[in-house]
Design a protein around this ligand. Structure first.
Ligand code: ADP
Length: 494
């Protein structure tokens, strides 16, 4: 990474942000703005349009017009592919500038941000661009006197509501397949992570995505997001965020046009270490990174460590020692392994979970508090808490911060019961050298993604989605197209 460029970019002024609607930068209809604060120092970075319901409606109308005109949806797939490949190249060209802007807004470590944000987004867009001219329809196996053709058609106007932890990575998981499929999109970024999505949307225009095909409306979820969810003119709603918001979106769909709603709602993912794990030191390191990178603000974070009782004390001791070597602080320092918490509100939430555990008599083995307060930034020491009980809030609810809940288990059945004992089912991991046990556990754990002897790092070729209250539908892999392409049957008498 180019350190001097990072130093230049870290203090560069950030112009006020506007919505992108119909290809133009526009202010909120009532002129309101909101401050964008940096979690690195608590200072105001810039302002952005505080969107209204009217703004969301305007963006939806622009997306509808663009879709109905066929300017994008009716292009040959290979033509859409060419534009999207150009977009991916532009994002790569500006990757460092975009990554630093994102870090200043949301606090992710720069090394991770560069890879997981602009570069990952470019890779995702390229993957779906490359796929779209290789998707075929079907001919059904009918009797000779009839022909059953199955077409795949773009689903229409997509509303995409995304969170603040990895705005570009998660945004691209929606935008890549939606735009490749020929849909038009209204994107609503999170209040605390909008700037980089606006930036890549501008680059989409430069690449030749027609005005109105990709619109971005910033502002409060309860206004802009709610208007998208309640619209009669949005065909598909895709969302990554919290459970309570996910429920509201389903209700809004039921109250409006029954739009399809796909939800990714996080998890309380169990990371299960058996005594026969192939390499305990590796398991320690990956366990720590699996919860503490990006300050724990990762949907699939391994936030529960379930460890076999016979190695519990040894494992926790090693884990605490490794955790204390992690470098917490300025996310623009390339040596930092645990950056800033996104906002004061999130920091307060993390600390409240720790205080509750302390009051319940659980053991804070390491961390447990705010640090580096003199910087004005929102930093928290990576925290390991043992003795957690299954009905503690810490064992059941997503913290979304650098807080690891540890429980001991005795048998494989115990491990399965603990693992499956929450409302969530997003991710999990099993550490064992026993191949039979590894496969048994993969089958018995109710989650969309089960790692074996690793945590995280799966690539775009595999689907990501939850079961139970972690949601439905899949991002990544060719399966993501299912959300954005409708099947249509032509039944023909010959
Ligand atoms: P998080 O805890 O990750 O902030 P949220 O579900 O609150 O989770 O936020 C995820 C996204 O949902 C953000 O873009 C936010 O603005 C949006 N959002 C929040 N509340 C609503 C709502 N009532 N309707 C639609 N979108 C919302």
């Amino acid at each position: 990474m180019d350190q001097s460029r990072i130093a230049e970019l870290r203090d560069a002024p950030v112009p006020p942000a506007r919505h992108l609607i119909g290809g133009a930068a526009v202010a909120a209809s009532d002129g309101r703005e909101m401050e964008v604060c940096s979690p690195l120092n608590g200072a105001v970075l810039t302002t952005m349009a505080k969107g209204t319901r009217a703004d969301a409606d305007q963006a939806i109308a622009a997306a509808r017009r663009a879709f109905d005109s066929g300017v994008w949806a009716n292009l040959a797939p290979a033509a859409r592919k060419a534009v999207l490949l150009k977009w991916a190249a532009l994002i790569e060209e500006h990757a460092l500038e975009i990554a630093v802007l994102g870090v200043r807004e949301n606090g992710t470590e720069i090394g991770m941000a560069l890879k997981a944000e602009p570069l990952s987004a470019a890779g995702t867009i390229r993957y779906y661009a490359e796929s779209i001219d290789k998707l075929y329809g079907e001919i059904a196996p009918t009797a000779p006197g009839t022909l059953g053709l199955v077409h795949r058609e773009p689903a229409g106007v997509v509303g995409a509501i995304v969170p603040w932890n990895f705005p570009l990575m998660i945004g691209a998981w929606k935008l890549g397949p939606a735009l490749a499929a020929g849909c038009s999109v209204v994107l609503k970024p999170a209040e605390t992570a909008s700037l980089t999505l606006l930036r890549i949307a501008e680059l989409a225009l430069d690449a030749g995505v027609p005005p109105g095909v990709l619109n971005v409306v910033t502002g409060p979820g309860a206004e802009v997001g709610a208007a998208i969810a309640e619209s009669m003119d949005v065909d598909v709603l895709v969302f990554t965020g919290s459970g309570p918001t996910g429920r509201r979106l389903l209700e809004a769909s039921a109250r409006s046009n029954l739009k399809r709603v796909y939800l990714e709602l996080g998890g309380k993912s169990p990371n299960i270490v058996f005594a026969d794990a192939p390499d305990l030191d590796e398991a320690v390191k990956v366990t720590a990174n699996g919860i503490f990178r990006n300050a724990g603000q990762v949907c699939i974070a391994g936030s529960r460590l379930l460890v076999e009782r016979s190695i519990h004390d040894e494992f926790v001791e090693k884990l605490a020692a490794f955790t204390q070597t992690m470098k917490v602080g300025d996310p623009l320092d390339p040596d930092t392994t645990c950056g800033a918490v996104n906002s004061q509100a999130q920091l307060d939430r993390n600390l409240a979970f720790v205080e509750e555990a302390r009051a319940q008599g659980r053991t804070i083995v390491t961390g447990g508090g705010r640090i580096l307060q003199d910087t004005g930034g929102y930093y928290m020491a990576p925290t390991v808490i043992t003795g957690v009980q299954s009905d503690d809030r810490l064992a059941r609810e997503e913290v979304f911060g650098p807080v690891l809940a540890v429980q001991a288990f005795d048998t494989e059945d115990d491990a399965v019961n603990l693992a499956n004992g929450t409302d969530y089912g997003l991710a999990a991991a099993v550490w064992t050298a026993n191949l039979g046990r590894a496969h048994r556990m993969v089958r018995r754990i109710r989650a969309g993604l089960v790692h074996v002897n690793t945590y995280g790092g799966s690539d775009l070729s595999v689907p990501l989605g939850g079961v139970k209250q972690s949601g439905n539908g899949h991002d990544k892999s060719p399966h993501a197209f299912d959300k954005y392409l409708d099947l249509k049957t032509a039944w023909i008498k010959l």
